[in-house]
Structure formats: structure tokens, C-alpha cells
Ligand binder design. Structure first.
Ligand code: NOJ
Length: 577
């Protein structure tokens, strides 16, 4: 058998997926629920340890669903929980159809699904289709037997000097995209860590395996998937830079198979591609239901951090508009569990952000991979809860589905003493008890990742217990913003427009829907600001939705007095006169 990669029929050319959205959702092409949802992203192994072994688990998570209900979120996205050697936090999957036994069992997973169902909450799970762990059975068989069908599940070469080359996604840790495997006596292709061999996704057998993994979890009751690394999936792979003839096909077919299993299943993709390529992933409604808004993430988080609105204007210029009646939809976020990736900022702003937000010292540095900071939101905003609350209000008011990153709702800090991105993945701090902040009763030496007790210099590390039920706390303010979002379906359904106001450190936008107006204004400055904007609602009809700023509605306009980092959402019937 030819050792070089890319063998196997490409999936391109088939049209089985065409028109799926139109077939299943004649009334607009997508299920509604994910557009109204507020998503909370968490890692089971660091959320809550239910059995005292030092690892967060499904039982612990079930035990803390009350907390999430109190916050008001109604959809969980859980990061990979599959059996894994955890050399990339579980994004190195060793078995797609099971639960890592340190986190629980399939029965525990089912129990979570039942509990969420009972509470009217949804579940999205991470699906890693671009690569497996080297510990996966497929890779073991692939390397041991070049004649086995599994060999062509991966991409190999015996001529690495002549093979296609590109840069590795983790440049500080990997020299390139080829690593030598002694068992196979060949090199294999990997865009991420060397222990994450890329799958040959052009191989129909691999495609079938991946589709059936998705069906397996849908049958177990999940509501959708976060598709990891959707962009690397379709980049050139292997010895001869093989590309599928029709790379969209695999996304369309995945959607078709998922919708056939569950007609409300959604696919949310991590496709951090160039802005002018993003449309591709929606495939005219037959592709992904939403894409993570990486352009928005760098621009909004930076704009709020430096107190200026130009990055928000730029974000709206760069990406296609979210379409209430169409297929373009964003999953917005302020931070995630990776580095804060700044590559989508213009060069000067990236350089500025690299130095402005940099933290560390004593051999520690927050800058990583030449593109971002391994810091949490609370570090970027100097532990300022007013700014973090305002940022969440803004996030929840943007067109798209908001994703709250676990721990940010209480202002948890990063721990730069930990290696790599572990800095931003420390266990949830439930209270201020020693030694594990309520995360686990285990010996601290046995914890999956150490609990961080220090926090940003001069600022105490946050915990949930001291904020729950405490008026004005960050947790309560984020919960209020989540509640406001749930009361404003016009954000998912209305037409969004920017409202130009002075000064340029105040951002305002509005939604028009069904004869009603929702107006949201956010002061990115630390000092107070007076703002006047058009607001075509009668004074008696104006309803405060969120924020405590003083305002006066008169003569088709509104005057708002905002404290530093203040915000206000107002709405009412649009005047017809
Ligand atoms: C994106 C995930 O968010 C990240 O944590 C992971 O390292 C890569 N994909 C590779 O799976």
C-alpha cells in the first residue's frame, strides 16, 4: 500500500446534504432554541468534585445545577469528557464513545441529561473531529499494521523531507507538523500537538466513523455539538497537501445526519478563519448553525479593556451581520478556556494589547503562542468588577448567542504559576474555605489542577459563596444581565443597528422588532458620561430593562447619565407619529 497520505476517496461531489435546512425547517431554516439560549461553558473535571477524589465529575456537576439555574443560563457546553491521556485537556480523545472514568460513567452522563431535561436546560458537548489522541485504538492499529484500514485513517509519509509543510498551531511546543512514529517507521501529520495525529477526514471510512459518533451522543440526549477545530479540519493535509474536492460537504453531511437523529440538534463551530471566509462555514444554511465570533472576541474584549469603541465598530464591519431570518449566527464570548487570541486585531492594536495586558514576571509570562494572553477576564480588567459586569451586559446584548465562561461570572483570576493554558483552567472556587475553595474534599496534592488561591496582585481571588444573593455583587449583576437577555427576545429576532453617540468611549446599539425598540448603551470609560441619542419611544412607554443609570426620554430622544462602566437597556413601543 502506498504510504503517503491523503489516500481514500474524498467525500466531495456528493449532494446528499443539500437542502437539509429547507427540508426540516421550512419556516426559516433553523431551530429557534439556540438563538434564545444563554450558554455556560464549563469543564466537568474542574467544576465540582462529587466523590472526593480530587477530580470534578458528573455527579458534582449535577449537584451544582442549582447554581447555574440561579445564574439563569439555560444551556451548558461541556468540554471534552471522553477517556483521554489529558495531554491537551481532553482535546486528545482516546475513545469517542465513553466517559473518562475519573469524571464518572455513561450512567452519570445520562443522569446529567435527565436532570437538565427536568430543568428545561440544554446540553452541547465538544466533538473533536480533526484529530485523535495517539492513545486512540485507531492510531494503535494504524501504526502497527500498514495494511489495516486504520492506517488510512491518518496521514503518513516515508519522505518527510519532500512532504507538504506548514506551521504548527502550537509553535512554542512543536517544531512542525510531522512526527516520526517508531512503530510504523513513518512520519504522521499533526497540526496540533505531536500526540494529536490529524485524522484523514477525506477518507469515507473516517467520515462515517465521525458521523456515527455524533449520532451516538444525540441518541443519548445531547442537543448539539461544539465542533472543535473546524478550520484545521479542511486545511490541506498530509504528504501532498491533500484537500477534499468539496470541503463543505463534510459539514453539510454532518448537519444532515445530526438533524436526522434529532431535528433540533445544533452545530456550533470553532472556525477561526479569516473574516471573508466565514460565510463558507454556514454553507447557505446547510452548514453550521453558529460560529464562534473570534473577531468579536478580540475586538469587544480589547475595546472594553482600553475603553474605546472603535474595535466594536470594526468588528461589525468585518463580519457578516447576524441574520434573524437567515443562516448567519454568532456565538459571542468575552473569554474562553484557551489563550485570548489577538490575531484578528489590526497589527498595531495587537502589539498594543500584547504589552498593555501582559502580566507575569519571575519567569512567568502571560503571552503565549505568539498570539495571545493566558489570562482571564478579571486579569485583563485589573479585577474591576464594574468593568467585568459591563462587559457581560454588552456581551448579552449583542446579536448572537452569548457564552459565559465558567468562573468569569465571579471574576476568577488566572494562575500564571501553572504551565501553558492551565493558568486559565483552575477549578471553580465555590467558597473561601481552605484548602480547596469548596471544589473538592481531597488532599490538595491530588487535585486535577491546583485550586488558585492568590489572584491578581493586590486583589483577592473570587469565590461564588460570597457573591450569591449579595446585591451589587458581580455574580448578581451578571445574573441580572442574563435575566434581561431572557426577557428580550428582540435581540435574537430584531434588526440590530449601531446608534452613533458622543463621546467615542460610549457604545450604543438598538434592536427593532415587531413595532418595538430595545436600546442598549454602555459606557466603556471609567469616568461618568452624559449621552444623548435618538429614541423614538413615548416617555410613558419607556421601560427600564437593565442598569441603574438615570435617564430622561423626551422629544424622540433619550438623555442618559452613565457612571463609569455604567450601562442601561431601555425599551418600548416605537412611536408612529
Ligand atoms: C481548540 C480547543 O479550544 C483547544 O483547547 C485545543 O487545544 C485545540 N482546539 C485542539 O483540539
Amino acid at each position: 500500500m502506498d504510504a503517503d497520505a491523503g489516500s481514500g476517496e474524498p467525500g466531495g461531489g456528493r449532494d446528499a446534504g443539500a437542502g437539509v435546512a429547507a427540508e426540516v425547517f421550512a419556516d426559516g431554516g433553523h431551530p429557534e432554541w439556540y438563538r434564545d439560549a444563554v450558554v455556560y461553558s464549563l469543564d466537568v473535571k474542574t467544576f465540582r468534585d462529587g466523590d472526593g477524589d480530587g477530580w470534578g465529575d458528573f455527579r458534582g456537576l449535577i449537584d451544582r445545577l442549582d447554581y447555574l439555574e440561579e445564574l439563569g443560563v439555560d444551556c451548558l457546553w461541556i468540554r471534552p469528557f471522553y477517556p483521554s491521556p489529558l495531554r491537551d485537556n481532553g482535546y486528545d480523545v482516546a475513545d469517542y464513545r465513553d466517559v473518562d472514568d475519573r469524571l464518572g460513567s455513561l450512567d452519570d452522563f445520562d443522569a446529567l441529561v435527565d436532570e437538565l431535561d427536568a430543568r428545561g436546560m440544554r446540553l452541547i458537548v465538544d466533538l473533536v473531529l480533526n484529530h485523535t489522541s495517539t492513545d486512540h485504538e485507531w492510531f494503535r492499529r494504524a501504526r502497527e499494521d500498514p495494511e489495516s484500514k486504520y492506517h488510512d485513517y491518518y496521514l503518513w509519509t516515508s519522505h518527510v523531507d519532500r512532504a507538504y509543510n506548514t506551521s504548527n498551531i502550537f509553535p512554542e511546543f512543536e517544531d512542525g507538523v510531522w512526527s516520526y512514529d517508531e512503530v510504523a517507521d513513518k512520519h504522521y501529520f499533526h497540526q496540533f500537538y505531536h500526540h494529536q495525529p490529524d485524522l484523514n477526514v477525506a477518507n469515507p471510512d473516517v467520515q462515517e466513523e465521525l458521523f456515527s459518533v455524533a449520532e451516538f451522543w444525540l441518541e443519548r440526549g445531547v442537543d448539539g455539538f461544539r465542533i472543535d477545530a473546524a478550520h484545521p479540519m479542511i486545511l490541506p493535509k498530509g504528504h501532498d497537501a491533500h484537500r477534499m474536492d468539496d470541503p463543505q460537504w463534510i459539514f453539510r453531511e454532518l448537519k444532515r445526519r445530526c438533524r436526522a437523529a434529532n431535528d433540533e440538534a445544533v452545530l456550533l463551530a470553532e472556525a477561526d478563519d479569516e473574516p471573508d471566509r466565514l460565510d463558507f462555514y454556514f454553507a447557505d444554511g446547510d452548514g453550521f448553525d453558529a460560529l464562534f465570533n473570534f473577531v468579536g472576541n478580540s475586538h469587544v474584549t480589547y475595546g472594553v479593556g482600553v475603553g474605546n469603541t472603535w474595535p466594536l465598530y470594526r468588528m461589525f464591519e468585518q463580519i457578516p451581520d447576524a441574520e434573524p431570518d437567515g443562516h448567519v449566527w454568532w456565538a459571542n464570548f468575552l473569554r474562553n478556556h484557551d489563550e485570548w487570541n489577538l490575531l484578528k486585531l489590526p497589527h498595531e492594536a495587537l502589539e498594543h494589547a500584547r504589552e498593555e495586558f501582559r502580566q507575569g514576571g519571575d519567569g512567568r509570562d502571560s503571552w503565549i503562542f505568539g498570539r495571545g494572553h493566558r489570562l482571564r477576564l478579571a486579569d485583563l480588567y485589573d479585577g474591576d468588577h464594574d468593568r467585568i459586569a459591563m462587559a457581560h451586559s454588552l456581551l448579552l446584548s449583542l446579536p448572537g448567542t452569548p457564552i459565559v465562561n465558567s468562573g468569569d461570572e465571579i471574576g476568577m483570576h488566572a494562575d500564571l504559576d501553572l504551565p501553558e493554558r492551565q493558568a486559565v483552567r483552575t477549578p471553580m472556587r465555590w467558597d473561601d474555605s481552605e484548602p480547596n475553595a469548596g471544589f473538592s474534599t481531597a488532599d490538595p496534592r491530588d487535585l486535577v489542577i491546583p485550586v488558585d488561591g492568590t489572584g491578581w496582585p493586590g486583589v483577592f481571588q473570587a469565590d461564588a459563596a460570597s457573591q450569591r444573593g449579595e446585591p451589587g455583587s458581580l455574580f448578581e449583576r451578571v445574573a441580572d444581565a442574563v435575566d434581561a437577555r431572557k426577557r428580550c427576545p428582540e435581540i435574537a429576532r430584531g434588526d440590530c443597528s449601531i446608534v452613533h453617540v458622543d463621546p467615542d468611549d460610549v457604545w450604543a446599539h438598538r434592536f427593532d422588532h415587531d413595532g418595538r425598540v430595545l436600546f442598549a448603551v454602555h459606557n466603556l470609560a471609567s469616568e461618568s458620561r452624559e449621552v444623548v441619542a435618538g429614541f423614538d419611544v413615548d416617555p410613558a412607554d419607556a421601560e427600564r430593562v437593565l442598569g441603574d443609570a438615570d435617564y430622561r426620554v423626551a422629544d424622540g430622544g433619550v438623555a442618559v447619565s452613565l457612571d463609569g462602566c455604567g450601562y442601561l437597556w431601555l425599551r418600548g413601543e416605537r412611536r408612529t407619529r
